[in-house]
Ligand binder design. Structure first.
Ligand SMILES: *[C@@H]1O[C@H](CO)[C@@H](O)[C@H](O)[C@H]1NC(C)=O
Ligand SMILES: *[C@@H]1O[C@H](CO)[C@@H](O)[C@H](O)[C@H]1NC(C)=O
Ligand SMILES: *[C@@H]1O[C@H](CO)[C@@H](O)[C@H](O)[C@H]1NC(C)=O
Ligand SMILES: *[C@@H]1O[C@H](CO)[C@@H](O)[C@H](O)[C@H]1NC(C)=O
Ligand SMILES: *[C@@H]1O[C@H](CO)[C@@H](O)[C@H](O)[C@H]1NC(C)=O
Ligand SMILES: *[C@@H]1O[C@H](CO)[C@@H](O)[C@H](O)[C@H]1NC(C)=O
Ligand SMILES: *[C@@H]1O[C@H](CO)[C@@H](O)[C@H](O)[C@H]1NC(C)=O
Ligand SMILES: *[C@@H]1O[C@H](CO)[C@@H](O)[C@H](O)[C@H]1NC(C)=O
Ligand SMILES: *[C@@H]1O[C@H](CO)[C@@H](O)[C@H](O)[C@H]1NC(C)=O
Length: 494
């Protein structure tokens, strides 16, 4: 259902009709005719797909499986504002009118906008406070692919420039700033970014600005996002920026596991009091990446990510990691709990990444009950992730990494269970491992890799930990002092 709603096809048809009226050599005319025949075959196929989806839509409209609950005193359907869910009509105006109507109801408990089954093509639009966006089963909001419809916004203050290119960035498909009490929920309806054309243009260097996320809420509070599917975002999928009190639960996030660059699942960025639970994430970059600004801009903005709980989450990330912290963490990241996390068929399980120039800190991070199932590297800490917004960063701004606790680390099919790459400038302090047993694929030495690490292991740890760590028994008695915390035993070759 992805590319078929592209409007560019029609322009091509008219263009070629005009060519045919001119003088064209025979072989070329033949090629053109062949091209047009091929094109019409595709076109007819597209049309029938659209009417298939129309038929499906009518089917759902006639027999809704679940009645839409009323979650606000006043509820509307998108069709009340002229919305047409045929996959080709542009519904931006309908969304804008609906949101404007709901914005008048704030003092009366706000309003609910129901998106019924169907395919609702739209350009980016803003939400409002005291609003519930409800996506019925079979409802698909489709982001328009033509980037000329995507407004630009200034770079985020804590990043100083677009993450990919200087200057302004594309806004998100669904956006909001300075809001309060926003709910996006449903019966597992979908927000579909149709990211394919963005990824292709990005790879071909045809975009002049940083791509936009699928859903981005900024400077907002009391946000609930639940029971929906987010699919094929142009860029990061769900980006809460400088928000407070955010709950994300029962959300499915999907993008191709390769060839979908930077399609992180959820990026809590300078956010406080965040819960992410019962989510399934399978994307082309990090499943979850906790951030707080980039180098000198993030240090100046000084807004940490704190009090974050991630639990009962399943992630697959073939090119990156299940759950990351950083690399942009210049405002600091603290008090994060990650539990009952299952990472499968991925490059890395969990990762903390930073670099000189970032400043800030990563501290008081607890990982409990992690399962790695066919993961190349299980636990990664990397302190030389050198990507900077510009030359103005301060190489002496060194991040602190401390009080990182791992408890109950299991799994199978892991190549390198641990790779903690601290450095002389950025040592990793007070790390602990308790109850770890990970099935490994290569019975080599040096698969529990450490450098510039201080900390301890408690009880039984498999595979055998690096010499940098003190070893304690289950009762808390010291068994063996570390040989040298500054031992460097990191090998990226396996
Ligand atoms: C929305 O549409 C459904 C049919 O799909 C109808 O049952 C319901 O009454 C409508 N609700 C509103 C608020 O118009
Ligand atoms: C969304 O709201 C922001 C902040 O008020 C504004 O700058 C932007 O233009 C709005 N975007 C759209 C598509 O209306
Ligand atoms: C929601 O939809 C997605 C995508 O179709 C599917 O993978 C997921 O299992 C669904 N979730 C539930 C709870 O039905
Ligand atoms: C957090 O947001 C939820 C949902 O809006 C709300 O029910 C709850 O009261 C908020 N909590 C705080 C501490 O504000
Ligand atoms: C969301 O899904 C969960 C789990 O399937 C369910 O318990 C909850 O009632 C759902 N919420 C809504 C608003 O449908
Ligand atoms: C840490 O975060 C949790 C939520 O995950 C919160 O309940 C707790 O109060 C926070 N602790 C501190 C010291 O702020
Ligand atoms: C550990 O997490 C897995 C999911 O990854 C869950 O099935 C299991 O029940 C959890 N174990 C405990 C002791 O909570
Ligand atoms: C290490 O951190 C723990 C909390 O995670 C704290 O209780 C302990 O005192 C710290 N130890 C050292 C040597 O700093
Ligand atoms: C290890 O490196 C740290 C700096 O990262 C230094 O303070 C410490 O003295 C070194 N320890 C040894 C035993 O060389």
């Amino acid at each position: 259902m992805v590319e078929i709603f592209s409007s560019s096809g029609r322009f091509h048809i008219h263009g070629h009709r005009r060519w045919l009226t001119g003088r064209i050599p025979a072989h070329r005319a033949f090629l053109i005719v062949l091209w047009i025949v091929g094109f019409f075959l595709v076109f007819i196929w597209q049309r029938s797909s659209v009417s298939d989806s129309g038929a499906r839509m009518n089917f759902w409209l006639r027999a809704p499986l679940y009645p839409v609950p009323k979650l606000r005193p006043t509820a509307f359907n998108l069709t009340d504002f002229g919305g047409v869910g045929d996959g080709v009509t542009l519904n931006t105006e309908a969304f804008v009118r609906a949101v404007a109507q709901i914005a008048t109801l704030g003092s009366q408990g706000g309003g609910q906008l129901n998106v019924q089954p169907g395919f609702w093509l739209t350009a980016p639009f803003n939400l409002t406070s005291h609003m519930t966006l409800f996506l019925a089963e079979g409802a698909v909001i489709l982001g328009i692919q033509d980037e000329n419809y995507w407004p630009l916004m200034p770079a985020l203050p804590s990043y100083g420039s677009g993450r990919e290119q200087g200057g302004p960035c594309y806004a998100s498909l669904i956006h909001g700033q300075n809001l309060k009490d926003v709910v996006i929920t449903g019966h597992n309806g979908t927000i579909h970014g149709q990211g394919q054309s963005w990824w292709t243009k990005f790879k071909q260097k045809l975009l002049r600005h940083t791509r936009g996320p699928l859903v981005q809420l900024m400077w907002s509070r009391d946000i609930v996002i639940s029971n929906i599917t987010l699919r094929d975002s142009p860029f990061w999928t769900l980006h809460p920026y400088d928000c407070k009190n955010v709950t994300i639960s029962d959300v499915t996030i999907l993008a191709p596991v390769s060839g979908a660059p930077n399609t992180d699942g959820i990026d809590p960025d300078s956010c406080e009091d965040v819960v992410i639970e019962n989510c399934y994430i399978c994307v082309g970059d990090d499943g979850i990446a906790i951030k707080s600004g980039w180098d000198q801009y993030g240090i100046k903005y000084a807004k940490p990510s704190a009090n974050i709980l991630i639990r009962n989450v399943i992630v697959r990330s073939v090119v990156s990691a299940g759950v990351s912290i950083g690399s942009e963490m210049s405002g600091g990241v603290s008090n994060v709990t990650i539990e009952n996390l299952h990472v499968w068929e991925s490059r890395r399980g969990v990762r903390i990444k930073t670099a000189p120039g970032r400043g800030g800190y990563v501290r008081d991070i607890s990982y409990n009950n992690l399962t790695f199932d066919n993961v190349r590297v299980g636990i990664v800490i990397k302190t030389d992730y050198n990507e900077h917004p510009d030359e103005g960063f301060d190489p002496k701004a060194l991040p602190t990494i401390e009080r990182i606790n791992f408890k109950g680390i299991h799994g199978q099919g892991v190549r390198v269970p641990v790779r903690i790459h601290g450095s002389e400038e950025i040592p990793v302090k007070n790390i602990s491992f308790k109850d770890m047993s990970v099935g490994i694929t290569y019975k080599k030495k040096h698969i529990f890799q450490c450098s510039f690490v201080q900390g301890r292991t408690i009880g039984s740890i498999f595979p055998s930990p690096c010499e940098n760590l003190d070893r304690y028994d289950e009762q808390g008695n010291l068994v063996k002092h570390s040989v040298s915390q500054n031992n460097t035993d990191v090998d990226y070759d396996f």
